[in-house]
Design a binder for this molecule. Structure first.
Ligand code: NDP
Ligand code: MG
Ligand code: MG
Length: 340
């Protein structure tokens, strides 16, 4: 079994008398900045003028440009969208890095795929929470935390791993468990997980089930409740106690159907396709496509995004959720994002 680190294995001394610059104040950025501050760490936030800048100031942070933050900090945590990191790094962060500083990431993409090539005289490591930013913040305030991976790419100070553990503790992750990995493993497993299971696999499974019912003449509203809404209850059970706890909780009929039909749906051909998805990640083919898509200002991304937003499951879902005030209505008109 892999070694799992908890609070007792981490020493916050490694962050004492250090200034941490959090670059970006989005999903991860606001959570890291606030958790670190509540853990007694000296935090500044680096941004460009705009919405996030205003929000970070409102939340009481010292906010400055990315360049100023990188200059002032000993530890620079880059929490910008992955596709924007290389340019901002090159223009505003790299010129300000001093020997012995630490360059930190929450995902290994840019280092692993050579989009950022750090100088040889700084520590480079990652602290990657295995959960969305708003949960990193919320669980912290509840006395809990989101598990995280740490990895060291370059260790010039001899204390990169200890600093990574201290950082993981300060954002609350060592309450839940911290695993050591490599940039390669973190990057490839993270991309695979979101593509094949958590995001891509799940949305495609839900849509295929919904479409099958609707095409067979069943009411879209019934199909929505069956294939999407109820999923949360099932996932909560998986989270609490794994497959067996979920199966214990459902009816025996449902469990028998799970055993008999699940492997027919997610069959060997699906797994063979998953292996190809993994291979595209490992060979850099996926990364290259995504980098080029951004350079072209996301024509395909935006087209698919618009089409998906108009799918019947989304139309019906928006309607039904508006009648369920207890389900937080987080629906937004799709913001068509660009690479700018
Ligand atoms: P977000 O998309 O939420 O970050 C957006 C932030 O970056 C905003 O504050 C935005 O400010 C700022 N920003 C964008 N462009 C610039 C720029 N040119 N100069 C200065 N600031 C800029 O990112 P995430 O939190 O989703 O991702 C950050 C990192 O964390 C990534 O490496 C990601 O892979 C990783 N990660 C993310 C997870 C998640 O839950 N989202 C989970 C685990 C890891 P503005 O308001 O000005 O646009
Ligand atoms: Mg990811
Ligand atoms: Mg049922």
């Amino acid at each position: 079994m892999a070694k799992v680190y908890y609070n007792g294995d981490a020493n916050e001394q490694y962050l004492q008398s250090k200034t941490v610059a959090i670059i970006g104040y989005g999903s991860q950025g606001h959570a890291h900045a606030q958790n670190l501050r509540d853990s007694g760490v000296n935090v500044i936030v680096g941004l460009r003028p705009g919405k996030s800048w205003e929000q970070a100031e409102k939340d009481g942070f010292q906010v400055c440009t990315v360049r100023e933050a990188a200059r002032e900090a000993d530890i620079v945590m880059i929490l910008l969208p992955d596709e924007k990191q290389p340019t901002v790094y090159k223009e505003e962060i790299e010129p300000e890095l001093q020997p012995g500083n630490a360059l930190v990431f929450a995902h290994g993409f840019n280092i692993h795929f050579n989009q950022i090539v750090p100088p040889a005289d700084v520590d480079v490591f990652l602290v990657a929470p295995k959960g969305p930013g708003h949960l990193v913040r919320r669980t912290y305030t509840e006395g809990a935390g989101v598990p995280a991976l740490i990895a060291v790419y370059q260790d010039v100070t001899g204390t990169a791993k200890e600093t990574a553990l201290a950082y993981a503790k300060a954002i609350g992750s060592a309450r839940a468990g911290v695993l050591e990995t490599t940039f390669k493993e973190e990057t490839e497993t993270d991309l695979f997980g979101e593509q094949a299971v958590l995001c891509g696999g799940l949305t495609s499974l839900v849509k295929a089930g919904f479409e099958t019912l609707v095409e067979a003449g069943y009411q879209p509203e019934v199909a929505y409740f069956e294939c999407l809404h109820e999923l949360k209850l099932i996932v909560d059970l998986l989270y609490e106690g794994g497959l067996s706890w979920m199966r214990y909780s459902i009816s025996d009929t449902a469990q028998w159907g799970d055993f008999i039909s699940g492997p027919r749906v997610i069959n060997d051909s699906v797994k063979a396709e998953m292996k190809k998805v993994l291979e595209d990640i490992q060979t850099g083919k996926f990364a290259k496509g995504w980098i080029l898509e951004n350079q072209a200002n996301r024509p395909e991304f935006n087209a698919i995004n618009r089409r998906e937003n108009e799918h019947l499951i989304e139309v019906v879902g928006r309607e039904l959720r508006s009648m369920m005030p207890f389900v937080k209505a987080k629906q937004k008109d799709v913001v068509v994002s660009s690479a700018k």
